[in-house]
Each structure stands twice: as structure tokens, then as C-alpha cells.
Design a protein around this ligand. Structure first.
Ligand code: NAI
Ligand code: MG
Length: 504
């Protein structure tokens, strides 16, 4: 089956004047409340993946800049006005940051669209809107972080209680797939908890973090509470993860780098939280509402060009409905307008980089070599930018690299199943080193809950795939990570429990 991809624009509209001015500005690191050049003076090109053009340059921060940023964060944590603020004052600042972000929502959506390639419509409706929501949600926790009084088992009289204190200086290393949102996932709870931050955005998408730092300054956070060092992972990122004066490192990215972070954290045994890769299964039972299942399965892999840690990249469909669902997936792949992210009609933008296009295309080729069939898609679109057709692979088997490994592109492996034996399909779905998300489609309430309980993943959607909410704990089983973000679980990640006992 071949489908003709609908390509809407080659150029796309120009960004707003505000966005254009920001792109053209002289970008610097934000350290200790000041805008400074990188110590070694290096710069990194920032590319628009829809065109391959360089749209900005940012400082290539190195270990020396990380040292300076950590020192500023330490000073702000140990001695600054931040540590003396009341929870209510802290919460109001975080809320103010949300208000400022909302005021500049269109600009942030454009910046992430240009930097990452994603549809501006999605950036506005999801990345920016969720970031505002999360800042407000976490602002609310600021005043509700407290310990407990504990009845001791000792026979002597004691008054004992716990406090939850901010963990201290935190290093946050984030990826490029949701540039602003991944930063805010980490920044919002850390600020609410009273930590100070050194943020290292991904080298592919550093711009919205720098714009966010401007809003942090405008909101009136004390100097040193929030610092941004742009730079490469293996230099700035590695220095931050290894830094002896960082109390905690929070990372989102590949499982491979997650393991490096863990190694780097060994030196001072800093606390570590990790949101890593996934290979999430989508299971469609024969009694499912097929329209719902199709919408879920398609967005599971095509949303954000499949560059989602929760991407539903293994699609298990009961044989009875397999052909219908496959026809629907192919039609959906062809229907989604491909184009420059800034065009509001675009649903599929480019992949983030030439490297990512090569990596994803390499998986498609490997899959075919190993015996998979391309049902739809599979090819690069045009020769400008890094566009790839939404792709459905069939004839895939459990041993293939495309079934085992995270591809991080719009490529799904579809596999029919025959029997109604829940054990078999659950075992197949769970046969992965990852365990971030899963979804299942059925009208049978009992089957839904039974299967949801047995799937080994941090987030399970029933009749829906991408489930993310500011209040719902999010994180991975197995090699998909350590810890949970969102909800009160995120506050726990950024606080330490202290026990105090008073002999009466
Ligand atoms: P990556 O894991 O290398 O990059 C994520 C972040 O880690 C970036 O900020 C990067 O600068 C930083 N980093 C890289 N090496 C580091 C190091 N040694 N020490 C400290 N920080 C370091 O991901 P990359 O290379 O951009 O993408 C490769 C693959 O990783 C993708 O194809 C995808 O499979 C996976 N990935 C998964 C993500 C997720 O959300 N689960 C996000 C991004 C990538
Ligand atoms: Mg990497």
C-alpha cells in the first residue's frame, strides 16, 4: 500500500516580530542573575530543522561555566533571600512566572516550533499550555509541603516529627523533544520546593530555556535561584552530573545517557531521578471501539513525529480487527499535513535534526533487512529539512531491532495476535527492557482493569494513549527511569525528609 503524503508548505509564515527579535539577539548564559558569555568563548549553532538554516547561536558552556552556575546556586540556596522566603512568597513567584509565560505563550510556541520543528499549534496547545498549568499546580504545593508528627514506639516520652526540606542545589538536564515543557517539568517542582537550579537544555533546542530565564528575571526571583548553561551534553551536561556541590541531578533523555548520569553521580552520591526511554505497547482487543483505538494508536506514534518518550511504538492488534486498523493507520498517516511547524495547519513537522533523521531512517532500513514490510511511509520527504513520512511496519517479530529498541521517530511496528489468552499478550507487551507507558483498547471493563494491572509500565491508558497530567505521577518501570514527576511525587523528588525527636 502506498500513500501520497500531503505536503502543505515549503516555506511557512515568518515568525512574529517578538520571536524574530529574540532569535537575532546576542544569547548568553544566565548565571547568578547576570547574562554572561561562556568562559571559553565557544558558541553552538542553533538550527531550524524545517530548513536546515542556522537561526541563532548560543554559548557553548563548559565545566568552568557549570562551576560558576553551581556556585551561584549554592550561594542563593545557603545565603540568599530565597532560603528566607516564606512558602507563600515562593509560591507567588512561581505563579507569577506562569502568568508571564502565558502572556508570552505565542512567542514560546514559535520559538520551540522553530527550534524543534514541531507544529506551532501543538507547541501552543500542549507544550506552553501544560507548562503554565504545571507552574500553577506546583505553585500551589509550595504552601502545602509539610512533615508529620510521629508516635514513637519507644517507652520513653518523645515528641517526634518530620520536616520536608528542599534537597538543595539541583542540576537539571533536559532533552529536545519538548524543549520548554521538559524544562518546566523539572523547574516547577524544584522552585516550589525551595531548591536552586542549574538547567542544561539540549544542544539541539536551547532557545526557550534562555527565554524562560528572561521571564524568571522579570518575575523577580532572587539572583542565583535559576541558572541556565547551554552547551553540549558530554561537556556541560557531564560536568553538571558529576559536580561535587550539586545535591541532586534530574535527567530526561536516553537510557544510555541516563546510565552515564548515574555513574557521574557516584562521586558525591547526589540524588538522582531519571526519565528515560520507552518502547510502549498499544494493545487493541477485538471488542474495542475501533475509531477510538485508531485515533489512539495513530497519535501514540505520530504525535510530535514520534519523538515522545511514551510513543506507542509496538502496536498489537487482534487478528479480527487487524486489517481494518491497518487501513486506518495508513489513511491517517496520509491525511496528516506535513510542513513547516510555523504553519498553523501543519500536523507533522520535521524530525529534530539530520542526525535523528539518519537514526530513524537507519531503523527503517534495518527493519526491512530483518524481514519487516513497509505498509506505509518509510521515505524522507523532500531534500530540505529533516522530514520523514509517518511509517507503519508490518511483519515484525519480537527479535527485530525495530521491535526491541527505542526508535524515537514516527515508526510503529504493527503485530497481529490471534488468541484471546490474556497471559500471552500481556507477556508479549511486557517483553521489553523499558516500562514507561502502555495503552489498551477494549469495551470490557474487567479486561481493561485486569490487563492494566498486569502491564509493567508507569502510565497505562485505557482507551487513550498519551496520558500526562500535572497531577498524575509520571515515570518509568525497569530501564525507563527512577522516580516520578508530576503530582506530589515531584515535590518528594526535590525534598529530603528530616526526623526530629525531642526527649520530653
Ligand atoms: P541524549 O540522552 O544524549 O540527550 C538528552 C540530554 O542529555 C541533552 O541535554 C544532552 O545534552 C544531555 N547529555 C548527553 N550526553 C550527556 C552526558 N554524557 N552527560 C550529561 N548529559 C548529557 O539524547 P540524544 O542523543 O539527543 O538522542 C538519542 C536518543 O535518545 C533518541 O533517539 C531517543 O531514542 C533517546 N531520547 C529519549 C528521550 C526521552 O524523552 N525518553 C529524549 C531525547 C532522546
Ligand atoms: Mg546523545
Amino acid at each position: 500500500m502506498t500513500v501520497q503524503q500531503k505536503i502543505i508548505v515549503a516555506e511557512g509564515p515568518a515568525p512574529s516580530a517578538a520571536t524574530a527579535a529574540f532569535l537575532a539577539a546576542d544569547h548568553r548564559l544566565f548565571i547568578g542573575g547576570r547574562w554572561v558569555e561562556a568562559a571559553e568563548g565557544g558558541q553552538l549553532d542553533v538550527e531550524n530543522p524545517a530548513t536546515g538554516e542556522i537561526v541563532a547561536r548560543v554559548p557553548a558552556g563548559t565545566a568552568a561555566d557549570i562551576d560558576a552556575a553551581v556556585a551561584a546556586a549554592r550561594q542563593a540556596f545557603d545565603h540568599g533571600p530565597w532560603s528566607r522566603m516564606t512558602p507563600s512568597e515562593r509560591g507567588r513567584l512561581v505563579w507569577k512566572l506562569a502568568d508571564l509565560l502565558e502572556t508570552h505563550a505565542d512567542e514560546f510556541a514559535e520559538i520551540d516550533s522553530i527550534d524543534n520543528g514541531k507544529p506551532v499549534t501543538d507547541a501552543r496547545a500542549v507544550d506552553v499550555a501544560f507548562s503554565c498549568e504545571l507552574l500553577r499546580y506546583m505553585a500551589g504545593w509550595s504552601t502545602k509541603i509539610h512533615g508529620q508528627t510521629i508516635a514513637l514506639s519507644s517507652s520513653a516520652p518523645f515528641h517526634a516529627y518530620t520536616l520536608r526540606e528542599p534537597v538543595g542545589v539541583v542540576g537539571q538536564i533536559v532533552p529536545w523533544n519538548f524543549p520548554l515543557m521538559m524544562a518546566v517539568w523539572k523547574v516547577a517542582p524544584a522552585l516550589a520546593a525551595g531548591c536552586t537550579i542549574v538547567l542544561k537544555p539540549a544542544e539541539q533546542t536551547p532557545l526557550s530555556a534562555l527565554r524562560l530565564a528572561q521571564l524568571v528575571e522579570e518575575a523577580g526571583f532572587p539572583a542565583g535561584v535559576f541558572n541556565v548553561v547551554t552547551g553540549l551534553g558530554e561537556t556541560a551536561g557531564a560536568a553538571l552530573a558529576a559536580h561535587p556541590d550539586v545535591d541532586k541531578v534530574a535527567f530526561t533523555g536516553s537510557t544510555e545517557v541516563g546510565k552515564l548520569i548515574l555513574g557521574a553521580a557516584r562521586g558525591n552520591l547526589k540524588k538522582v531521578s531519571l526519565e528515560l526511554g520507552g518502547k510502549s505497547p498499544v494493545i487493541v482487543f477485538p471488542d474495542a471501539d475501533l475509531d477510538v483505538a485508531l485515533a489512539g494508536a495513530a497519535s501514540a506514534i505520530f504525535y510530535n513525529m514520534g519523538q515522545c518518550c511514551t510513543a506507542g511504538s509496538r502496536l498489537y492488534v487482534h487478528r479480527k480487527v487487524y486489517d481494518r486498523l491497518m487501513a486506518g493507520m495508513a489513511a491517517e498517516a496520509a491525511r496528516l499535513p506535513v510542513g513547516v511547524g510555523l504553519d498553523p495547519a501543519t500536523r507533522i513537522g520535521p524530525l529534530v535534526s539530520a542526525e535523528q533523521l539518519a537514526r530513524v531512517s537507519g531503523y527503517i532500513e534495518a527493519g526491512q533487512r530483518e524481514g519487516a514490510t513497509v505498509l506505509t511511509g518509510g521515505r524522507r520527504i523532500g531534500d530540505r529539512g529533516f522530514f520523514l513520512e509517518p511509517t507503519v511496519l508490518t511483519g515484525t517479530t519480537p527479535g527485530m531491532s525495530v521491535v526491541r529498541e527505542e526508535i524515537f521517530g514516527p515508526v510503529v511496528c504493527a503485530m497481529p495476535f490471534d488468541d484471546d489468552d490474556i497471559d500471552a499478550i500481556v507477556a508479549e507487551a511486557n517483553s521489553s527492557i523499558y516500562g514507561l507507558a502502555a495503552s489498551l483498547y477494549t469495551r470490557d471493563l474487567s479486561k481493561a482493569h485486569t490487563v492494566a494491572r498486569r502491564l509493567k509500565a508507569g502510565t497505562i491508558g485505557v482507551n487513550v494513549h498519551h496520558v500526562v497530567d500535572v497531577a498524575l505521577p509520571f515515570g518509568g518501570f525497569k530501564q525507563s527511569g527512577w522516580g516520578r514527576e508530576m503530582g506530589y511525587a515531584a515535590i518528594e523528588l526535590y525534598t529530603e525528609t528530616k526526623s526530629i525527636a525531642v526527649a520530653l
